[in-house]
Design a protein around this ligand. Structure first.
Ligand code: NAI
Ligand code: MG
Length: 358
């Protein structure tokens, strides 16, 4: 019996509501397999905690979390707390403190999911974005001089290290090999305008590519990528992007795969010196909280990504098949998908399908 210790941070708003469905799928999968189990510890961190204690998480939070095999997070944020406080006080602390330098974002349109592009379908939208997750444009290096004076100056700079850039790119190539789709990695750049950071980025990309003669490469400027995502998403396999560019193009990608209800992500520390963290891309959705109508598919997909990181088991693909089954049936869908089902009913339906598939 393989036992995994999972730190669960449901967070705020619909984070709590979808988390229950993520746990449900993990337990269903474990029960079917019989040889794995999960031990969960819940942490009440988030905006409510902040309002009570003045902190988004405990001061020794990272020390406590370090002992876990993985972290599963719902969503953080509430109108009562400024977003930069909630983001920096919890999410970014974990991502950066645990050197989760890879942000893994599958962009896959499932059959039955709504796609905003006319003439494109599930066979056209199936790629992965690897976003650098701890430095680059979001390194937090800069300052304000002469605040509120006529001479006021804001400076924010990017930080790109050779070591980290190499690791991120290397992972992109390894993933392209593993996916074995087009055996292609697209380098997302802007080296025509960013003549230091992105020229460096391109150089490292070329160096890493040397080691993967079986993988084709292409380099696209980020503005062109935004256009090609809409015009010819079917040409992509694996893309590698800096923190800022990856942030932007993955939201565009989420739209291609049917919206925030489908977007899942992993924040990975590949060496496993720290736990990795898995979270749906959406936020806490204060506009629909406490109604029990949040779409749990992104969270369920996120739990599947966590499984893939913890074990090598091709059976996890059945979770995606189970989601697809529920989508195609069309009977148990939340209001964002024009249905009238509750969050827990969608979770139950996916688990039911999973039991039939495995
Ligand atoms: P949001 O993702 O919470 O909501 C955007 C829109 O999408 C809303 O209309 C919401 O109802 C809908 N939506 C999102 N997820 C859904 C789901 N699973 N099912 C059905 N509908 C869904 O983004 P917003 O409104 O910009 O931010 C709300 C709060 O969440 C803010 O405090 C923000 O800082 C935080 N946030 C947190 C994130 C995280 O924890 N990773 C990511 C994005 C925002
Ligand atoms: Mg974003």
């Amino acid at each position: 019996m393989k036992k995994f210790k999972i730190a669960v941070i449901p967070g705020d708003g619909i984070g709590n509501e979808v988390m229950a469905e993520g746990i449900k799928i993990l337990d269903t999968f474990a029960a079917i397999k019989g040889d794995i189990s999960f031990e969960y510890q819940y942490f009440p961190w988030g905006c409510e905690y902040y309002l009570k204690t003045g902190n988004m998480m405990d001061a020794n939070g990272l020390k406590v979390l370090k002992e876990f095999d993985a972290i599963l997070l719902g969503a953080v944020g509430d109108p009562s707390v400024p977003d930069h406080v909630s983001l920096h006080g919890l999410l970014l602390k974990i991502r950066q403190g645990f050197n989760q330098y890879i942000n893994l974002r599958p962009i896959k349109l499932l059959p039955g999911a709504p796609c905003p592009l006319k003439d494109k379908g599930p066979k056209d939208i199936d790629f992965v974005v690897i976003r650098e997750n701890v430095e680059g444009e979001y390194a937090g290096v800069g300052g304000i001089r002469f605040p509120d004076m006529p001479e006021e100056i804001a400076i924010q700079t990017g930080v790109f290290t050779r070591k980290n850039t190499e690791k991120v790119m290397d992972y992109a190539f390894k993933l392209a090999q593993k996916r074995n789709k087009f055996n292609k990695v697209t380098n997302v750049t802007k080296s025509n305008a960013l003549n230091y950071s992105m020229v460096f980025w391109d150089k490292i990309f070329k160096e890493i590519a040397e080691g993967y003669q079986d993988i084709k490469t292409e380099t696209n400027h980020v503005d062109a990528v935004s256009m090609y995502f809409l015009q010819r998403p079917e040409t992509y396999d694996v893309l590698v992007a800096s923190n800022l560019f990856g942030d932007i193009i993955t939201d565009l990608g989420a739209a291609l795969q049917g919206g925030l209800g489908f977007a899942a992500s992993g924040n990975l520390n590949l060496e496993k010196e720290y736990p990795s963290m898995f979270e749906p891309v959406h936020g806490s959705a204060p506009d629909i909280k406490d109604k029990g109508i949040a779409n749990p598919i992104a969270m369920i997909w996120t739990a599947k990504m966590m499984l893939d990181f913890l074990l090598e088991d091709p059976d996890t693909e059945a979770i995606i098949e189970a989601i697809t089954g529920v989508l195609l049936e069309g009977k148990t869908l939340t209001p964002d998908l024009k249905g009238n089902a509750k969050t827990h009913e969608v979770g139950d339906a996916v688990c039911q399908k999973l039991k039939m598939l495995l």
